[in-house]
Design a protein around this ligand. Structure first.
Ligand code: NAP
Length: 548
């Protein structure tokens, strides 16, 4: 027995009685061809399992396939978000920008699929409509929207947390006669904005990326904002040839840093609290953060930025001052400064030229708190202030985060228990990865699993799953299932810790954007090292309590 390239113990496959691939199926059915699903497929094939990946879209990339609106791009550094399982792949693919744009990401995903010869195991335009566990055969019957059915001993749902677009229930929405698009369901053909009267509803990360990108070509751009967000510069730029060389030579170190990082980023935590510094030192530090790339503003901020209200207010005051300095109309500037949450109360967006856009003569901000939308008509949007006519409406209104895709898959576990009933009061999971009563079923990258640079967490989970299945095959086990007590322990931890830490309390991280959704924390407050520690303990103890 040796170790594999992930540093995990290798278990030799052995012939045994417990392991049989279903006659009319495969060992593993993977759902979703995003970053997580593609990696899971790669692992499954490397480990010698038969596998098929079902993907609802017509191409691979998952969230990076569907979110193809102008200027959609990473706000994690390209080389920290992308795959790090293969040094060869890492060194072969040269990202153009520190924060790659959607077309480059989609090209990358396709190149990975081809490099590892995965395409013949992927079925596109195959949306899973139900999955039912059969106790006797310890396998799942998976139904697809084309009417076909296949059997898998295991189902691994890599359906993502941001994959079900949310359209608010605005009267008349479907009767609009112009072009109506959602950022998370963007058409394959580019949307023609040139010379058009365009409305954008929503100013979360998607809206604020798109708005500056189209402002110059449209005739008019009207932005419907319900809540302002704390936007700070992404500070993207091309990766220089010297940096490309450094990335390649520093691969092992980069991988090690990511492995130790709480949130899967390279940004190092700060060693000081806000009021350890004098006012001048603080301003200089904030200015430095403002000019640093992406999530550094979050991950490298003062240690108490999220937990001390006065500290949070200092940082927010700095950003508000910046907004007032950029936006020329003081009334518009005030409306762009959040009044309902501090930094981190919602997931902060990172922008390029966003606030500057409001200085353009063809751009108008509509404050929906002052003048709410009453309905959409055939020709435009009506608020309490009156009707404005449009050619294009962009819905940048977000997603049914975390649980949306899993709950829509109509999953039935042991004794026909539905996942939607098991999760009626919010998700109940172990490590955001599996749940009790649903044997041989995993959901890497799902709710409760990650918080930060998602692929780093879901990659750890995929490794754990693959190792477990290899172990099961070698030792003749048929069933893997988390004990109820461990599911309860993790779920209780998530719910308790969520209230203590200062992140996401006013946001979709608690399901607050979807009317009627239970208020439950949907991400992992424990951080990546904890997740890794727990998983390695389970491996060390030979999955005691999990296998039958
Ligand atoms: P979001 O953050 O949920 O923002 C949705 C926006 O729509 C909010 O401004 C929201 O206002 C507004 N909205 C929702 N319902 C509305 C209604 N009935 N009337 C008017 N406005 C309404 O969604 P998102 O912008 O798509 O971003 C979701 C997540 O995707 C991000 O947080 C991020 O994790 C990820 N993302 C990442 C990137 C990137 O840079 N890598 C880019 C895009 C997205 P309220 O705030 O008032 O609810």
């Amino acid at each position: 027995m040796g170790t594999d390239n992930r540093g995990h113990m290798e278990v030799e496959p052995a012939a045994n009685e417990g392991w049989t691939t279903p006659r009319s199926g495969v060992d593993i059915v993977i759902v979703g061809a995003g970053i997580t699903g593609i990696y899971q497929l790669y692992l499954a094939l490397e480990s010698g399992f038969s596998a098929v990946l079902l993907e609802a879209g017509d191409g691979v990339g998952g969230t990076w396939y569907w979110n193809r609106y102008p200027e959609a791009r990473f706000d994690s550094e390209s080389y920290t978000y992308a795959y790090i399982f293969s040094k060869e792949l890492f060194c072969e693919w040269e990202w153009q920008d520190h924060f790659a744009s959607q077309p480059e990401i989609e090209r990358y995903m396709n190149s990975v699929v081809d490099k590892f010869d995965l395409r013949r195991h992927i079925r596109l335009a195959a949306k899973v409509t139900s999955a039912v566990y059969d106790e006797e055969s310890a396998s799942w019957a998976v139904r697809v929207n084309d009417g076909s059915e296949l059997t898998g001993r295991f189902v691994i749902s890599a359906t993502g947390v941001l994959s079900v677009p949310y359209f608010p229930d605005v009267p008349g929405r479907e009767g609009f006669k112009g072009v109506s698009v959602h950022t998370g369901l963007w058409p394959n053909e580019p949307v023609d904005f040139a010379g058009k009267r365009v409305a954008v509803i929503g100013t979360g990360s998607s809206g604020v990326q798109l708005i500056p990108a189209i402002a110059d070509e449209v005739a008019s751009l009207t932005i419907y904002q319900r809540s302002a967000n704390w936007c700070t510069p992404l500070n993207n730029r091309p990766i220089t040839p010297e940096e490309q060389a450094q990335l390649k030579s520093g691969f092992d170190e980069l991988r090690g840093t990511l492995l130790r990082s709480r949130s899967g980023f390279l940004h190092l935590p700060c060693d000081r609290a806000t009021f350890d510094d004098s006012k001048e030192e603080r301003l200089a530090f904030y200015e430095e953060l403002w000019n640093r790339p992406g999530f550094a503003k979050f991950s490298s901020n003062y240690t108490d930025m999220l937990t001390n209200a006065a500290a949070n207010a200092e940082w927010c005051g700095f950003i508000a001052h910046k907004i007032r300095g950029i936006v020329k109309d003081p009334d518009v500037a005030e409306r762009l400064i959040p009044k309902d949450h501090g930094y981190g109360g919602k997931r902060p967006p990172y922008v390029t030229g966003y606030y500057e856009t409001y200085n353009k003569p063809n751009v108008t901000l509509v404050d929906l708190k002052a003048t709410p939308i009453t309905r959409v008509t055939e020709v435009g949007i009506e608020t309490t202030e009156g009707l404005r006519e449009f050619d294009v409406i962009v819905w940048a209104t977000g997603f049914d985060f975390g649980t949306g895709a899993l709950l829509r898959m109509d999953l039935s576990g042991r004794d026909g228990r539905k996942l939607r009933d098991h999760w009626a009061d919010g998700p109940r999971t172990f490590l955001g990865l599996m749940c009790h009563g649903f044997p041989n079923f995993f959901f890497p990258g799902g709710p409760h699993g990650s918080a930060g640079n998602n692929p780093r967490y879901s990659g750890d989970q995929s490794d754990f799953i693959d190792d477990a299945l290899v172990y099961m095959r070698a030792h003749g086990y048929r069933i893997v299932e988390v004990p109820a007590a461990l599911e309860k322990e993790w779920t209780d931890m998530v719910n308790t810790e969520a209230e203590k830490q200062g992140f996401g309390h006013q946001s979709y991280f608690f399901g607050l954007n979807i009317p009627g959704k239970p208020r439950r924390f949907l991400i992992n407050p424990a951080g990546r090292p904890t997740l890794l520690q727990i998983m390695s303990k389970i491996v060390e103890r030979d999955y005691e309590g999990f296998l039958a």
